[in-house]
Every structure is written in structure tokens, then in C-alpha cells.
Design a protein around this ligand. Sequence first.
Ligand SMILES: C[S@@+](CC[C@H](N)C(=O)[O-])C[C@H]1O[C@@H](n2cnc3c(N)ncnc32)[C@H](O)[C@@H]1O
Length: 291
Amino acid sequence: MQRIKFVLSEAARLLAASSDSAVLDAEVLLCLTLGKERSHLRAWPDKELQPEHTARFWSLIQERQKGTPIAYITGNREFWSRDFHVTPDVLIPRPDTELLIELSLKLIPLDKPIKIIDLGTGSGIIAITLAAERPHAQVSATDLCLAALRIARLNANKHGTTNIQFYQSNWLSNVPEDKFNLIVSNPPYIAENDNHLQQGDIRFEPQSALCAGDQGLSDIKTITETARNYLESEGYLLIEHGYDQQRQVQTIFKDFHYDNVQTVTDLSGQPRVTYGQWNYRTGTNVSPLEP
Ligand SMILES: C[S@@+](CC[C@H](N)C(=O)[O-])C[C@H]1O[C@@H](n2cnc3c(N)ncnc32)[C@H](O)[C@@H]1O
């Protein structure tokens, strides 16, 4: 029989070659195996594991050694303090995307039934978080990938958000004619030849969620152009992008005649979200997002 502290240190040693969070990975996978919290591992380091638990644990460790992301093994990832179901059909939620939520929430009054659409919803984190934080809002969400939409619907049910309508759509092409106060998107924005695509967790994520043509900018261009037909006057478009795309994305917004174009940096100081306002009327030339 193997004890908790032994399997943890042995697994961390094995994972160290392929993961930079080896100790944490081992703990998370042992918790998954036992159906317990991490505090249990700390409280009972000398507890012996049942043989079926030992076998299951080592098979999970093998999967992780092959590089499979922890979120795909456990089937979940936290975002904005909520737990989301994830599978290899969807991008693994990133902390970077919380900036898009923070900015959107500043723009959405708590008590008004405003209309929001999230383009390329994936696991649904953006649409569901906004729908949960602003229950009076009418939220729509699209994705081209049916398997992703299935996960997003499952997450919407899990969080009891009934104010969301999902559409399978190539960006806005299949969305019924409407006007939105806010259009948000975290689209694919990595260039197809980017070396990062061969590294770490990203190797296992869907290419269709990550890569875009034209040096990663083609989907951002399509969204920025077409969103103009779906925005209320003075409505906002907010797009997440790569840390090195600020200049190009600002140019795209300006070429399509958005006003009040700004880029906001994330917690690690990287330019991460660019937004602009459609048909912005001068006179109150101050953005509500400015500090
Ligand atoms: C970077 S992922 C973002 C997923 C999720 N919003 C998030 O932030 O974790 C981009 C998403 O866009 C979807 N997508 C890619 N091309 C699309 C298209 N032409 N129309 C709609 N969605 C698309 C992908 O399936 C993927 O779910």
C-alpha cells in the first residue's frame, strides 16, 4: 500500500521534467482521485491509499506526463470565481480574460435590460459571467463550433443563467437582426506560424479557437467591421487580443471609424483589450472606462 505523502513526492518528481507546477499538479490529481479537498492531503499525509485509488492516480499522472492540460484531465477551470466545465473542444479559460469582464461590468448598469453579445463564446465564460453578474441584461452568445456550444449551454445550466440565447454562427452572420449595447469577444488571435503553438497546454487546445490568418488579425478585422451593423448608437465593442497587437488593433478600429478607441493593460501590464464606441457623440468626450 502506498501512502499519500509518498505518492505525492514521487509524482511531483516524475512531473518536474514536463510541468512547471509539478507539486500542485500532483496534489490536484490526487484530490480528483480521492474526491477530497487539498486540506485532506495535508491532514492525512500517512494515510494509505486503496489499490484502486493508487492505480487511478498513476494513470492520471501518466496522462499529465504526456502533456495533457490539468483542466482537460479534471474537466473544469475556475473563472471569475465560478467553476466551468471544460473539454478539449473549448479553450481553457485564462485569467487574462477577466479584464474583458471587468471593463464590461463598468459599462453595464446593474438595473437596465441592456443587450450584450459574446462572439466566440467557447465554454461560455464571458457570456455566463456577464449574465450572472447582470441578471437584467439580455445576453446572446455565438460560436461556430457546435461542440463548444454544447459545453457553453451546459455551463449556463450549471450556473442557472437563463438570460442567455446561444447561436451557432460564423461571428454575426447567423444572428437575427438586432442592436446591442455591448459586443464583446475573445477571438482567435495567434498567428498560424507562432512558436507558442508548439509549447505546453496550448498544443492540446483547438486550433480553431487559437489561430487566425493575417498574422492573427483576420477574425478581429471581420468582427470589428461587422459589429458596426449590430451596435446601438454609442454602443461599445470590446476585443481581447495579443500583448503585441495593440497598434494593429487600434488601427483596425480607427479604419472602421470607431470613436474613443482605447487599449487597456492586464494585471501583468500587457496591452490586452481594445475597445471603441460606435457613432459616439462628441460633447461628453469622456469614456466611462477612464479611471
Ligand atoms: C479564443 S477562443 C475564446 C473562447 C471563450 N470566449 C474564452 O474566452 O475562453 C475563440 C472562440 O471563437 C470560436 N470561433 C472561431 N472562429 C469562429 C467564427 N468564425 N465564428 C464564431 N466563433 C468562432 C472558437 O470556436 C472559440 O470557441
